[in-house]
Design a protein around this ligand. Structure first.
Ligand SMILES: *[C@@H]1O[C@H](CO)[C@@H](O)[C@H](O)[C@H]1NC(C)=O
Ligand SMILES: *[C@@H]1O[C@H](CO)[C@@H](O)[C@H](O)[C@H]1NC(C)=O
Ligand SMILES: *[C@@H]1O[C@H](CO)[C@@H](O)[C@H](O)[C@H]1NC(C)=O
Ligand SMILES: *[C@@H]1O[C@H](CO)[C@@H](O)[C@H](O)[C@H]1NC(C)=O
Ligand SMILES: *[C@@H]1O[C@H](CO)[C@@H](O)[C@H](O)[C@H]1NC(C)=O
Length: 400
């Protein structure tokens, strides 16, 4: 399984190319004239040329509409499309020359026959919402259960939060992916998950987890790291939210030349001069190379363990060697409380070991901590403020 076939090599090239092309097209379609300083000189609403916002739009209420850069030169004005409520009259999008000013709100669609906004159904998120609402109506919802949040298209929003616990990134279908923070009530802003969602989707396209050096690196909060190196060599600064290059005319820098003098996004506290890859990534790359060099010698290849790295280039929580399976800090230090010997009596704990509870403990600062098992998983039975309840593998309350 360590032998890279021709077709998987092609897939990597296609995958990287997609990433790279996404970056290049993003860079090309915005005009260089429209800098931030231009807009600051002609600030949005003060500019008499800016249209007034629809009365339904209220900037202090995020559920009143979508706020967008206006479709005017340089996007300096504010622009808003107001959300209509369920039952409001809507237009089914006849081709008019004007851009729309109102659309049916999140989770609603415009029904063609009645021309009214109606509830969407059918996606996993919307179904989960409907189930939650039905359970709630009959009093079957737990104190720490949260109503799933869906986006305007009916998919899961990128973050999922556990009351008094952590928030973590999820894909469109609500499956947990890389990225987590302590639940500070600001996940909407502090946990963007844009990079980790793209990383995950790219993996689905390529058909396997991407290897270090094949992708743009994500930060712990699922956003893009500001400094990126692609194709093992070329480095540039990118926007943390969408991964597009921030300095469009800047000349990419080689890894060996990385420093405060060569790239403006170089940050001494997180980046090292002349170096990009972190320990886990470097070890993974070195071992992959050693395996390729020795692949005729089958016995030697079997002795190599590839470390499991996360999209931020650090160590994945679950690691193992020939004798043990254990939880590890992102920096690669085994957590002594969660080391299991590979012996038959540990079989059950070993088979589903995920270290998710052990990792949550590391990022939580609050007094009330979840209870973890010997394999670092959440204890399915949690007790908080005198009441006990059941949780799933991510620590969410479930009603069994
Ligand atoms: C906008 O919403 C805030 C908070 O709900 C409210 O206090 C304010 O009056 C609203 N403004 C307008 C113009 O409706
Ligand atoms: C980084 O570079 C800038 C300009 O080249 C310089 O002003 C600044 O002092 C440097 N910072 C550090 C920490 O070296
Ligand atoms: C550098 O990184 C640290 C740690 O992430 C951060 O706190 C700091 O604000 C960054 N500095 C700059 C200039 O971006
Ligand atoms: C990877 O290999 C390089 C070059 O041989 C070496 O300098 C580096 O220390 C190795 N890194 C790790 C983590 O083993
Ligand atoms: C495997 O890892 C455990 C925990 O870090 C360590 O105690 C043990 O010595 C390791 N075994 C081998 C064969 O490296």
């Amino acid at each position: 399984m360590y032998i890279r076939t021709f077709s998987s090599t092609m897939q990597i090239i296609v995958g990287s190319l997609l990433l790279f092309m996404a970056v290049v097209t993003k860079a090309d379609d915005s005009s260089i004239m429209c800098t931030e300083s231009y807009c600051n000189k002609y600030p949005g609403q003060a500019d008499p040329a800016c249209p007034t916002l629809p009365s339904l739009c209220n900037k202090t209420k995020s559920d009143s509409g979508i706020f967008l850069p206006s479709p005017t030169p340089c996007n300096c004005c504010d622009f808003c499309i107001a959300y209509l409520n369920e039952g409001d009259t809507c237009s089914t999008g006849e081709k008019t020359s004007d851009s729309p000013t109102e659309i049916c709100g999140p989770g609603l669609y415009c029904d063609q026959t009645t021309e009214k906004c109606r509830k969407m159904t059918g996606t996993l998120c919307l179904n989960a919402q409907a189930k939650y609402d039905a359970d709630k109506a009959v009093g079957k919802v737990g104190d720490y259960q949260v109503r799933p949040s869906c986006d305007g298209d009916g998919y899961y929003v990128p973050y999922q939060c556990i009351p008094g616990g952590i928030c973590y990134c999820v894909d469109k279908d609500g499956n947990r992916i890389f990225g987590s923070i302590e639940n500070n009530g600001r996940a909407e802003f502090d946990l963007p998950c844009t990079c980790s969602r793209n990383f995950n989707e790219m993996g689905n396209i390529v058909g396997r987890k991407l290897r270090p050096g094949e992708y743009f690196r994500c930060a712990q909060n699922g956003a893009y790291e500001p400094l990126q190196c692609i194709y093992d060599t070329t480095c540039l600064c990118v926007d943390t939210m969408d991964g597009a290059p921030t300095y469009k005319n800047a000349i990419p820098v080689e890894i060996y030349a990385l420093s405060n003098d060569t790239l403006p996004c170089f940050n001494k506290t997180v980046n090292m001069e002349g170096k990009f890859f972190r320990r886990c990534e470097e070890l993974h790359m070195n071992r992959t190379k050693e395996i390729e060099d020795k692949k005729e010698d089958y016995d030697k290849v079997l002795a190599y363990e590839l470390p499991d790295c996360t999209p931020d280039g650090n160590y994945a929580p679950v690691q193992q060697n020939i004798t043990h399976k254990y939880c590890m800090t992102p920096q690669g230090i085994p957590l002594t409380e969660y080391i299991l010997e590979k012996i038959p009596s540990n079989a059950k704990l070993l088979s589903n070991m995920n270290c998710k509870c052990a990792m949550a403990l590391r990022i939580m600062s609050s007094e009330e901590k979840p209870s973890c098992l010997k394999n670092g998983n959440y204890n399915p039975k949690q007790c908080r403020r005198g009441a006990c309840y059941t949780v799933d593998e991510d620590g969410n309350q479930i009603i069994s």
